[in-house]
Ligand binder design. Sequence first.
Ligand code: COA
Length: 155
Amino acid sequence: MAKTGDVTTGEVKTDGVTSAADPAAQRPQGDLTVRTIAMPADTNANGDIFGGWVMSQMDQAGGIAGVERAQGRVVTVAVDGMTFLRPVRVGDVLCVYTQVVGTGRTSMRIQIEAWARRFRTQTREKVTVGVFTFVAIDDEGRPRPIPPAAPGLSP
Ligand SMILES: CC(C)(COP(=O)(O)OP(=O)(O)OC[C@H]1O[C@@H](n2cnc3c(N)ncnc32)[C@H](O)[C@@H]1OP(=O)(O)O)[C@@H](O)C(=O)NCCC(=O)NCCS
């Protein structure tokens, strides 16, 4: 029986970094931050979900994680290594996982994975990955220092 976090489809590899044999590739990395359903209004001419919609969900999830880590307002300043591994389809439940993987003085890098739980199944596949950089800003939109991490949390 599949355990929570397992991929039930078998093969996950396509990003060139992970492999099907790599246990880390077969379960989401980070905290589940956003969960939402892909609707017909979000489709492109092929009938698949727009990559921009998926990216938007990832940006929102990163924003939530960034606000929590920075204890206040943040903005997206850059997106690196965005890779669309698999299509998302109408009815899939998109699950977005976030993990702060590095902080600078005012910026933080958040690794974000989007997984699709396929329509009316328990099958889950990693569909998109990327590393988003957010900057903590003050009320005037100027960069402000990231506070120290809470004890026991890193970075
Ligand atoms: C984010 C913003 C406040 C940074 O302002 P800035 O004057 O460039 O500030 P700084 O040069 O001091 O850079 C601040 C931090 O951002 C980082 N940064 C700036 N540009 C970056 C980039 N392209 N990639 C990665 N990090 C970047 C810097 O390295 C610095 O990090 P550190 O303090 O941890 O070392 C400003 O660029 C901005 O408002 N951008 C628009 C953000 C936005 O509207 N996002 C939504 C898009 S719809």
